[in-house]
Structures are given as structure tokens and as C-alpha cells.
Write a protein that binds this ligand. Structure first.
Ligand code: IPE
Ligand code: IPE
Ligand code: MG
Length: 224
């Protein structure tokens, strides 16, 4: 059985779900939040130590302002209401991506990270304004600045996922088979699961099914 420490998820399909079920993309984003909560609970149950969730890409700024504002509003409300619960569940929250949002949201994100920084059961990396290519460029810049060698170890060290193992599983919901600038370096040997269901329809059972399937895969890493 393969060990499992880190699951990464591209939570895609909210907009389509919203249009189909409530004639509004934003309704899908709201429904998607419920799935986030379910999946976090199940991750803890499964004793998985790291969960990385792609919530907003550097490219998502190209969306209409109304949708962007809605997304950050539900994030703000979620954190304001749930950070106590998150803390009590011994979850450490880390933001990956550049925190250049409104002053208020930046403050809330920093506060949430600081409040939960000593927690140990599960680390959630929330990818917000995240882009893998910028992350890699930034890592190389830091290596150069510190006059260190450009090698695999140092690149990993300067990524925002530093100190955590590469994900063993990447899930993308929403019936689309691409990576959309997510963890390009980190997924070099990750098992990738493309899921037809839209994110708000994805549930614990689907998640457990993927985990079970993963555990039995013969992972070669180039060997035979
Ligand atoms: C993913 O769902 C959530 C974000 C990118 C914020 P989408 O909003 O991309 O949903 P679809 O792919 O348009 O259905
Ligand atoms: C990827 O989904 C980003 C998130 C889930 C946050 P997108 O919906 O933005 O990806 P593309 O544009 O279809 O590739
Ligand atoms: Mg999408």
C-alpha cells in the first residue's frame, strides 16, 4: 500500500454547476464551499497530513469583477466564521500565492495563518492568487540572490510548498484534463485523477474511491 501524506485538488466546475442548478455561476461557488468542508473533514479522518486546494489562480483575475468580488467575499465570510473551528480541529492554514488583495482580506489571511501556525493535525495550503510558473521563477530568483546552487533540492526549498512533501495525489474535478498552472514542479511524479463530477457534486465517497485506487497503484519512479 502506498503511503499518502499530501493530496492536492483543483476544485473546478463551480461555475457550470451554478448555471445548471441556479442560473448563476456564483451560486456554484457558494455550493463549492460545502464540498470544501466535507473534503477537509474526510482528509482528517484519513489521517492525511497535507491538503492543497486551488481556489484562485493568477489567471482568474481575467474573470468579471462581479464574480471575483463574490469569490473573495465568500472566502472572507468563511474565514471570519470558521477560523475558530479550523483552529479547534488542529488545522494549520497556509496561503500559497501572492497576498495582494484588499487590506482587509490580507489582514484576515495573515491573522488566520498566524492563529493556526502551531497546529499539527492537518496543514491546508490554500492556493490563492497562485501560479506555478511565477512560483518557480521566484524560487530561482531567491536562489540566485542567496548565491546558492540551482539544483532540485534548492528549487524545492524556495517554492511556497517548502518543507512539505510533493503531493502523491492530484485530483481535478469538472471533467477537464489540464493543470492550469498548478504545482507544475511538485507534481512531477504525482498520480493524477481527473474526475467528471463538478466540484459541488464531488463527495466523500468519490474522494475515498480515489484514495483506495491510489493505494494500489504500482508507483515506479523510473524503476521497474
Ligand atoms: C473553479 O470553478 C473555481 C474557481 C476557479 C474559482 P470555475 O469557476 O472555474 O467553474 P467552471 O469551470 O467555470 O464551471
Ligand atoms: C483552475 O480552474 C483554477 C482553480 C480551480 C482555482 P480554471 O477554471 O481557472 O481553469 P481553466 O481556465 O479552465 O484552465
Ligand atoms: Mg473552471
Amino acid at each position: 500500500m502506498n503511503p499518502l501524506n499530501h493530496v492536492a485538488i483543483i476544485m473546478d466546475g463551480n461555475g457550470r454547476w451554478g448555471l445548471k442548478n441556479a442560473k448563476s455561476r456564483n451560486a456554484g461557488h457558494k455550493a463549492g464551499l460545502k464540498t470544501v468542508e466535507k473534503i477537509i473533514k474526510q482528509t482528517i479522518k484519513q489521517n492525511i497530513k497535507y491538503l492543497t486546494l486551488y481556489a484562485f489562480s493568477t489567471e482568474n483575475w481575467k474573470r468579471p469583477k462581479k464574480e471575483i468580488n463574490y469569490l473573495f467575499n465568500i472566502l472572507k465570510n468563511f474565514l471570519t466564521n470558521k477560523i475558530g473551528d479550523i483552529y479547534n480541529q488542529d488545522i494549520k492554514l497556509k496561503i500559497i500565492g501572492k497576498k495582494n488583495f484588499s487590506k482587509e482580506l490580507n489582514k484576515l489571511l495573515k491573522f488566520s495563518e498566524k492563529k493556526t501556525s502551531k497546529n499539527k493535525s492537518l496543514q491546508i495550503n490554500l492556493a490563492l492568487n497562485y501560479g506555478s510558473r511565477s512560483e518557480i521563477i521566484n524560487a530561482i530568483k531567491l536562489i540566485t540572490k542567496n548565491k546558492e546552487k540551482i539544483n532540485k533540492k534548492n528549487i524545492s526549498k524556495y517554492l511556497q510548498t517548502r518543507n512539505i512533501p510533493d503531493p502523491e495525489i492530484l485530483i481535478r474535478t469538472g471533467n477537464t484534463k489540464r493543470l492550469s498552472n498548478f504545482l507544475l514542479w511538485q507534481v512531477a511524479y504525482t498520480e493524477i485523477f481527473f474526475e467528471k463530477k463538478l466540484w459541488p457534486d464531488f463527495n466523500e465517497k468519490d474522494y475515498i474511491k480515489i484514495i483506495k485506487k491510489f493505494k494500489k497503484i504500482k508507483r515506479n519512479f523510473g524503476k521497474i
